[in-house]
Design a protein around this ligand. Sequence first.
Ligand code: FMN
Length: 160
Amino acid sequence: MHAIIAFYSRTGTSQALAAAMSRELEVLGHSSEALPFEPKRRLGLVLGTLQALFRRPAALAEDYALGEADLVVLVGPVWAGNIAPPMRGFIARLPELQGRRVVTMLVGTWRYTRLARNVAEQLRILGADWVASRALRSAEVKNPDKLSSVVNEVARRAVQ
Ligand SMILES: Cc1cc2nc3c(=O)[nH]c(=O)nc-3n(C[C@H](O)[C@H](O)[C@H](O)COP(=O)(O)O)c2cc1C
């Protein structure tokens, strides 16, 4: 399987999770490429929080494409109890996902399981063959044992 690991990360936690997923997929014998996406303009904390709160997607720096990947791993942070605006912007521009498997992973100071499920539901509507979601606390991403057990479990399910 070939995976694309699309992520937005302002302070590096989602990036670390994306990198751990990439390593784990490789260990399991699958290839992956990272797709870091960025807002067109760097979001200040106040504007970013307001955009997140009002569920406004951020305009992105580029037209990002998923290529031929049959697995899409989408990783990003929680802002103001919602997905961060760049992630919302990325999802808003996703093509139909038929023929692809999708995993969405959200990182917050707290764990946002229901939010992650809602994002997965949106992606399911785009026609993905299989969708899973996972919410993590940033402290879990920074704990090497916890990180490795989560990515192992998620990656195994994703490539089944
Ligand atoms: C503008 C902003 C708003 C945030 N709002 C929340 C929140 O509502 N709930 C939460 O648990 N964490 C919140 N956080 C914390 C981030 O989700 C957390 O630090 C995450 O690990 C950051 O990921 P990153 O390092 O990939 O950017 C917020 C962070 C920022 C910058």
